[in-house]
Design a protein around this ligand. Structure first.
Ligand SMILES: [Zn+2]
Ligand SMILES: [Zn+2]
Length: 121
């Protein structure tokens, strides 16, 4: 049996020979860098990033394959960034004009880290 049920809503997917290898590819977007795949056992849909050693790849559970192409995953990617860093610190974001709390170990808040500094994990 598969492990989909026990897995969190989003996980890091670092290698191409991961858990998802036997999954069926249903669709793709962003020049095939992002795929929609389906578990052959339980039918759970996942969004999977094409593996690239310079990027942080994520596998994200998709509840509605119909709206998948317009689904905005930025919030989940930012949540992942906060999660892997261990949360927010008491420091203020170093980006000029930003008063949000910085992520632990980083100078920037989640949004500035993601959008302006291009940090993914
Ligand atoms: Zn499954
Ligand atoms: Zn900021």
């Amino acid at each position: 049996m598969c492990e989909c049920k026990g897995l969190p809503e989003f996980i890091k997917s670092d290698t191409s020979d991961s858990y998802f290898k036997k999954f069926k590819q249903i669709d793709w977007k962003d020049d095939a860098w992002v795929k929609l795949i389906k578990c052959p056992d339980c039918g759970q849909y996942w969004q999977l990033d094409e593996w690239d050693k310079y990027q942080t790849g994520l596998a994200i559970k998709i509840e509605d394959p119909e709206s998948w192409k317009t689904h905005n995953d930025k919030e989940i990617r930012i949540e992942f960034l906060i999660h892997t860093r261990g949360g927010l610190s008491e420091k203020t974001c170093a980006w000029q004009g930003c008063n949000n709390k910085a992520i632990i170990g980083l100078a920037y808040c989640p949004l500035c880290a993601y959008e302006k500094a291009g940090i993914r994990e």
